[in-house]
Ligand binder design. Structure first.
Ligand code: ADP
Length: 303
């Protein structure tokens, strides 16, 4: 993945405040190598829980056959490993789907307010279990209508909010806000320009119409943040920050790769700002729906 740091500064009380844009710029050779790496990684990731399952099956059908306590414990571990495999396979399928249609412009329009409220509602029980408050601030409704496919945008917001919960301490707060802005604001806010061809934000691309409008979703957590050296790698497939690779927060490392592809397809933007003291802010933005950039059929409401 191509990553261009767009602002690295240390203002105010935050010791390491870093922001960069996660975007895509693969040439064919690199893409080929990445595909090979990907297969190797995917096989490895799937083989690990499988090997563990096989080991426990062997133990349960042999030495631990009549040991009730061991049996319960092993079955517990096997359930966790099975769940991990299920998550991996779901994420792999999702990634392959979003990669496949990345070059097809999205049809339809999505109300970011309603969408974000749905995500917050769906994840509320997960947050509540950890005593985390999800706070949602919506934009005025007219400007929150963006071009896009509802299911995909749902997946983007869901991933960001899920991560914010997952990597935050119990009892903290996650702020989700929906807003809007013109590319001029976005460029100023991000210290970058938006390339209208690729939808990619860079420092050097020719300016987009400064009045092009975006719907913006921002997810801010009070978690441990991400060290600056890891920021450029966040959207790589299977990348996980060291020290977060195991334990209850274990994930697949595919979520942000999926987010990146969906954002690219929608010609939107995706940025992260993170400071170890104050937590992380993930921002995504999508072009506002206009008569000229949306297809004729609107998305069906999600049931
Ligand atoms: P995962 O399934 O591991 O969460 P992601 O692709 O969603 O995979 O994220 C990649 C890595 O980025 C995570 O493993 C974690 O180390 C880091 N990360 C993502 N979101 C956050 C966050 N809000 N706070 C801290 N670290 C995060």
């Amino acid at each position: 993945a191509f990553v261009e740091p767009i602002r690295l500064s240390a203002p105010g009380p935050m010791p390491f405040r870093a922001m960069l844009v996660l975007a895509d710029d693969t040439n064919s050779k690199r893409a080929e190598r990445m595909r090979a790496d990907f297969l190797a990684n995917a096989s490895h990731e799937l083989r690990t829980p499988l090997a563990s399952l096989a080991g426990f099956i062997e133990t349960l059908s042999g030495p631990a056959r009549d040991d009730e306590e061991a049996r319960d414990r092993f079955l517990g571990i096997m359930t966790v490993q099975t769940e991990r495999m299920r998550r991996l396979i779901n994420d792999l399928l999702s990634l392959s789907r979003v990669e496949m249609n990345e070059h097809m412009p999205p049809t339809g329009q999505v109300d970011l307010n309603a969408l974000t409220a749905d995500v917050a509602e769906a994840l509320a029980p997960v947050a509540t279990r950890r005593n985390i408050t999800l706070k949602l601030l919506e934009a005025d409704s007219e400007t929150a209508l963006v071009r896009g496919e509802r299911d995909q945008l749902y997946e983007v917001i869901e991933n960001l909010v899920q991560n914010a919960i997952k990597y935050s301490p119990d009892g903290s707060q996650v702020d989700i806000s929906v807003s809007h802005g013109v590319s001029r604001d976005a460029a100023e806010h991000l210290g970058a320009r938006i390339d209208p061809e690729s939808g990619r934000l860079t420092l050097t691309a020719p300016a987009l119409d400064p009045d092009a409008r975006f719907g913006v979703v921002r997810v801010q957590d009070q978690g441990g943040g991400i060290e600056r050296r890891y920021l450029p790698r966040l959207a790589e497939r299977f990348f996980r920050v060291d020290g977060q690779k195991s334990g209850p927060t274990s994930g697949t490392g595919l979520g942000l790769a999926i987010v990146k592809h969906i954002v690219n397809r929608h010609r939107g933007g995706f940025t992260v700002e993170s400071a170890p003291e104050t937590g992380s802010v993930f921002t995504v933005f999508f072009p506002v729906a206009t008569a000229s950039n949306i297809a004729t059929q609107p998305d069906l409401p999600r049931t």
